[in-house]
Design a protein around this ligand. Structure first.
Ligand code: AMP
Ligand code: GLY
Length: 427
């Protein structure tokens, strides 16, 4: 079978790598891909953009591609699934209606409210007066979110009332996030430890991937502005068996059932960003309608099941009774980013050390491109190196030995990925 992956980041390199491992898969096209997918076994890059649905469909028809897997959220919210359905092609992705779980925060919050899914108390509003009155009466800390997609930047965790009012004003009356900020959600601040919980869903049944935890702030110790994610590890010890059971019964299953009951069954990867309180209570921070990035890199690195078969089974509404298997290793993924990221950064710098992988590690590419024989930086997040071993201490040694051997101008990375898991071990 031939497969198409849509996207160009680290998540898409991991998806393409995982799909290519299937005995059923002879070739994986990646549109547009990066220098990592270019050199991956069985993989072929095609110069087609993430939003060019017609070109993607023509490619599938021309090459007899039987399965398309979508990485990022934009094409999902913009209806890639409907385009492929209309062309009679199989695309493993939620419809644009189902993708509202990520594309509209007020949709997600009201959906959770309707179905009794635990999440922070909130108001949704388009009016600055209402926003200010709510912030004044509620007090800080409080969280202000742009309703629409804002590339991970539309969330302000405000420590003071004035910070919250400033954020609401920037969104509602200063067009800071364009149309995405014309409506906002203001919600209570949740305390606890975050975890990423991702499932594959066929509209009726959801099967969990191994748990993981992301590191959003740019600097060690969780300092500095938020990024798309500076690293992730799997499994996340905070997701004990009891917590996982709670996540499935209180969050995932009611979400799948609720979306189905409301006539928009969710087929695709569903990502619940969760806060696990000290009392082990679980609350939803956000839903994403796709795999996490960089969570995909350590999670898929540990996966033993055949991803291509699972995606096809999900399209055929046939996940019931199946199971996802992961090896017992602990995996840590460290992102190497361009100098300046998540703010302005330069690209086009030569990358060295990409041949220095170690056993138990894998260098996934994100923002890279190939110029003649040289791999160059081409984005903010450039690479995600994954190391896996019997425990987190060894995994950390492996991953950082590879990371330290990779050089490009002004590169930076966090040195503490996995620290929460290591602290639990007393390491
Ligand atoms: P989001 O884009 O909704 O995932 O938010 C980005 C980050 O902001 C999350 O990963 C959390 O660290 C933080 N955050 C969002 N909502 C809340 C909340 N209600 N309480 C505490 N932190 C939050
Ligand atoms: N790593 C967070 C995300 O994929 O949204």
């Amino acid at each position: 079978m031939k497969v198409l992956v849509i996207g160009s980041g680290g998540r898409e390199h991991a998806l393409a790598w995982a799909l290519a491992r299937s005995d059923d898969v002879e070739q994986v096209f990646v549109a547009p891909g990066n220098a990592g997918t270019l050199s991956e076994a069985k993989c072929t890059n095609v110069a087609i953009g993430v939003g060019d649905f017609d070109d993607q469909i023509n490619l599938c028809k021309k090459h007899g591609i039987e399965l398309t897997v979508v990485g990022p959220e934009d094409p999902l919210v913009n209806g890639v699934r409907e385009h492929f359905d209309n062309a009679g092609l199989k695309c493993f992705a939620p419809t644009s209606l189902a993708a509202q779980l990520e594309g509209s925060k007020q949709f997600a919050k009201k959906f959770m409210q309707r179905h009794g899914i635990p999440t922070a108390e909130f108001i949704a509003t388009t009016e600055l007066d209402e926003a200010v009155a709510h912030i004044e009466s509620h007090g800080a800390p409080i969280v202000v979110k742009a309703n629409g997609l804002a590339a991970g930047k539309g969330v302000i965790v405000a420590q003071t009332k004035s910070e919250a009012i400033e954020a609401a004003t920037a969104m509602l009356s200063e067009e800071r996030f364009g149309a995405a900020g014309h409506e906002i959600v203001i919600e209570d601040f949740l305390e606890g430890e975050e975890a990423s919980f991702i499932v594959i869903a066929d509209g009726k049944t959801a099967l969990p991937f191994a748990s993981s935890q992301d590191h959003k702030p740019v600097f060690d110790g969780g300092r500095g502005p938020n990024t798309g994610g500076m690293g992730a590890y799997s499994p996340a010890p905070v997701v004990s068996d009891a917590v996982q059971e709670k996540i499935m019964t209180q969050v995932i299953n009611p979400t799948i059932a609720g979306m189905r009951a409301e006539g928009m069954p969710f087929q695709g990867f569903l990502y619940a960003g969760l806060m696990v309180g000290r009392d082990q209570a679980v609350k939803v921070v956000e839903f994403n309608c796709r795999f996490g990035d960089p969570e995909a890199q350590p999670v898929l690195f540990r996966m033993q099941s055949d991803l291509a078969r699972l995606c096809l089974a999900a399209i055929n509404i046939d996940l019931t009774g199946k199971e996802l298997k992961f090896d017992d290793r602990k995996a840590i993924g460290v992102v190497l980013a361009s100098g300046g990221y998540p703010n302005a950064y330069e690209t086009g710098y030569a990358i060295s050390g990409l041949d220095r992988s170690l056993p138990g590690s894998k260098i996934f590419h994100a923002g890279t491109s190939q110029r003649e024989s040289q791999v160059e930086t081409a984005g903010g997040r450039v690479l995600c190196v994954v190391g896996a071993d019997g425990d987190f201490v060894q995994a950390r040694q492996t991953v950082y030995s590879v990371v330290e051997g990779i050089e490009f101008k002004d590169r930076h990375y966090r040195t503490d990925i996995g620290y929460r898991a290591l602290e639990r071990l007393g390491a």
